[in-house]
Design a protein around this ligand. Structure first.
Ligand code: GLA
Ligand code: CA
Length: 694
């Protein structure tokens, strides 16, 4: 009802007879039910401390060929390479138990490494390559299998933490005595650099997009020892901080490599900092299980085991079990094809265009890979650029679009011009896709159907709303025009940013163009490949964008700060201008209040209510326009052991993190002959390739 009233008053303001428009307006409902789709495989739920603990073991083991390096005097003994109390994975939580060394996981990815300075915003090419190399203070991927009562991030580089009594500070303890893959010590000097010269430096944005607001406005960090630091907060018990310490936002880099190039610590310029570690710089030091030793452009990146890795199994075997990790540089669609065919080992089957072929091949008993669908956690949103005060320096045309984007009538027009049944069917037929209004996904823990506002498809209603937004086809060419005082009354023309690396993104973008044209709105594609899309998206030079959603809309507790425009650069559709100013719409202020209140309370009931309000405000205002949501499947070669049942391809993180690759192994008689650098270890930073004992 509220919408009809609003629409009518807008019509009155414009001097249009409301009765004429009202006759055409189709009001909102709750969303149509999603077709039944059963996830295959249930996780075995456990508490976090059943997965691993930190403790010293009596003795440690390593692969024979690594022991040969020690004998040759090329490497310190394994107990000296490990922290005093390494992370110890419990055998009881391993689906197939303690493993054996050897073999490779062969990934295929559609991205390309821009360079190794993740902290200056360079992408490694995605598809799990950065997840294999970088470790973070806490870890969230495996939380899909954690009991709801114990659902907090897992320790990782941060082995423990203590809240002060008043909750105003959190003291964090790092693992002690761990080393980077080149043997240099890891400690709070690395935290200091990351916090003060990456997060706090407005001149650079790390790849995961961490800004001061990610950690809560006013939060400070104080180093209190070689392995201890303290966060100080402005509100008590912001549990969110533990999630902000996870993948994407708190994965510190090697300060011994980075600091000499950063302008604040001796480097020449920010450009120099960014370009200090180009894609052909090999053996960049990592805390992850594997080190990049070889990169052949457009062909492959090869990662070799890190002899200083700080995790072991209960029998004292230093991890990882797998000696290499390959990333063939191809396309995302090819990742599916190769994983199913057995020439690749892993894929997140996430592009519905490939579902039917993949399912057919995987059904064969002799198929090399298993395929299991998970919950409906892949979804797309049409984002509109809401900055009307200069983000991305819009010209007159773009400015006019920004103002339309901020008009609710315009957004209702757009959402009602989208036939989501047709959109879903254009990707794949069958029970996979569901009509997604935007906001939280159905089936996730904070979702509430009653609080979800759905505007049904109706071209008449869409046109009526466009008219209320002031758009009429004054020259009769079939496309809506601006009012005479905007752009000289020219046809409206909107650009739609999409990522050509994914067929799904392109197909959705094309569906949007077609359906807008049917409603009289001209939209043209701004098609770019991944790394360029990210640059344009962050720079603000776009009108609309097709976006594959991130984890905050599934879990709510991960990346919570990105649910609302809490900071100058937290809401991807609404960044501040270069002066840091952001002009919020009234409902955005409301979203900020809701999310701040959500983060400030630990009361489960209150949190549930707040998220219901969030969903209501989000969907009735069409903050993001939902396109479609569907399940994805994990495809993994049958020779791998220790793949946890029910691992979703995407939840708190991607499956590359969820399956805990450092404890995945291959039985001796199933091992392939895939190692490119057998019997070798990573060479020194900046040197290409590996070293051997002879
Ligand atoms: C890309 C892929 C995902 C996943 C992530 C990991 O985004 O599309 O399936 O592999 O990389 O970062
Ligand atoms: Ca026209």
């Amino acid at each position: 009802m509220r919408h009809v009233t609003r629409a009518a008053s807008a019509a009155l303001l414009l001097g249009v007879a409301p009765s004429v428009l009202l006759a055409e307006i189709v009001g909102p409902t709750t969303p149509p039910p999603a077709p039944d789709f059963e996830a295959q495989g249930e996780p075995i739920f456990v508490n976090r401390d059943e997965v691993f603990t930190f403790r010293a073991l009596d003795s440690y083991n390593e692969p024979d060929f690594v022991a040969a390096f020690v004998e040759a005097g090329l490497l310190p003994p394994v107990e000296e390479r490990l922290p005093a109390e390494p992370l110890v994975f419990s055998a009881g939580n391993m689906p197939d138990g303690i493993g054996v060394y050897g073999d490779v996981m062969r990934h295929v990815i559609g991205g390309r490494p821009e360079g190794w300075n993740y902290w200056a915003g360079q992408s490694y090419g995605w598809g799990g390559i950065d997840i294999a190399m970088a470790e973070c203070l806490t870890r969230t991927g495996p939380l899909f299998m954690i009991n709801p009562e114990d659902l907090l991030p897992m320790p990782n580089l941060a082995r423990s933490w203590d809240w002060s009594e008043d909750g105003m500070s959190l003291s964090v303890n790092l693992i002690e005595g761990a080393r980077w893959s080149d043997g240099e010590p890891f400690g709070t000097h690395d935290i200091d650099f990351y916090w003060n010269h990456v997060v706090m430096d407005p001149n650079i944005t790390p790849l995961g997009g961490a800004t001061p607001s990610t950690f809560g406005e006013g939060t400070t960090l104080e180093i209190t020892g070689p392995y201890q630091f303290v966060f100080n907060f402005t509100t008590p018990f912001p549990e969110q901080i533990l999630f902000a310490m996870a993948y994407g936002t708190f994965c510190p880099g090697p300060s011994h490599m980075l600091a000499p190039h950063h302008p604040a610590t001796g480097g020449e310029s920010y450009e120099g900092f960014t370009s200090a570690f180009p894609p052909d710089f090999m053996n960049f030091p990592v805390m992850g299980a594997w080190v990049a030793v070889e990169h052949r452009p457009d062909e492959i990146v090869i990662l070799r085991r890190n002899p200083f890795y700080w995790k072991v199994d209960e029998a004292g075997n230093q991890l990882p079990y797998l000696n290499e990790n390959h990333y063939r540089l191809s396309t995302w669609a090819d990742r599916d094809v190769q994983a199913v065919a057995g020439t690749g080992d892993f894929s997140n089957l996430e592009q519905p265009e490939n579902f039917v072929a993949a399912l057919r091949q995987a059904a064969d008993e002799d198929a090399p890979a298993r395929l299991a669908f998970g919950p409906r956690t892949i979804g797309y949103t049409l984002h509109m650029n809401f900055s009307a005060n200069g983000w991305g320096a819009p010209d007159e045309r773009a400015q006019a679009i920004r103002e339309l984007n901020r008009d609710l009538n315009f957004r209702i027009g757009v959402t009602q011009a989208l036939d989501r049944v047709r959109i879903g069917d254009s990707l794949v037929r069958g029970p996979f896709t569901t009509q997604y209004p935007g906001g939280l996904y159905p089936g996730t823990s904070f979702y509430d159907e009653e609080s979800t506002v759905f505007f049904p498809y109706s071209l008449e209603s869409a046109r009526a709303h466009f008219e209320m937004a002031g758009l009429v086809d004054t020259d009769g060419d079939g496309f809506l025009n601006h009012p005479a005082d905007v752009m000289g009354g020219a046809n409206v023309q909107i650009t739609l940013l999409n990522n050509v690396d994914f067929n799904t993104d392109s197909n959705l973008a094309e569906a949007v163009v077609t359906m807008m044209e049917e409603a009289g709105l001209r939209v043209v594609l701004q098609s770019l490949s991944g790394n360029d899309v990210d640059a344009v998206a962050i720079g603000g030079g776009w009108d609309w964008r097709v976006f594959r959603n991130a984890s905050e809309l599934i879990t709510v507790v991960q990346n919570t700060t990105e649910l609302a425009p809490l900071g100058p650069q937290t809401m991807r559709s609404h960044y501040a201008n270069t002066d840091g100013e952001i002009v919020l719409m009234p409902f955005e202020e409301e979203l900020n209040e809701i999310i701040s209140a959500f983060m400030a309370t630990r009361d489960a009931e209150e949190r549930a209510e707040l998220m219901q309000r969030y969903q209501q405000v989000y969907t009735e205002n069409l903050y993001g326009i939902g396109l479609t949501a569907y399940p994805g499947a994990l495809i993994i070669n049958k020779r791998f052991s220790n793949i946890p049942p029910g691992a979703p391809i995407f939840m708190f993180n991607w499956a590359e993190d969820n399956i805990i690759r450092e404890r995945v192994w291959v039985a001796s008689d199933a091992q392939g002959d895939f190692e490119v650098f057998p019997e070798s270890l990573p060479a020194a930073p900046g040197t290409r390739g590996v070293i051997t004992t002879n």
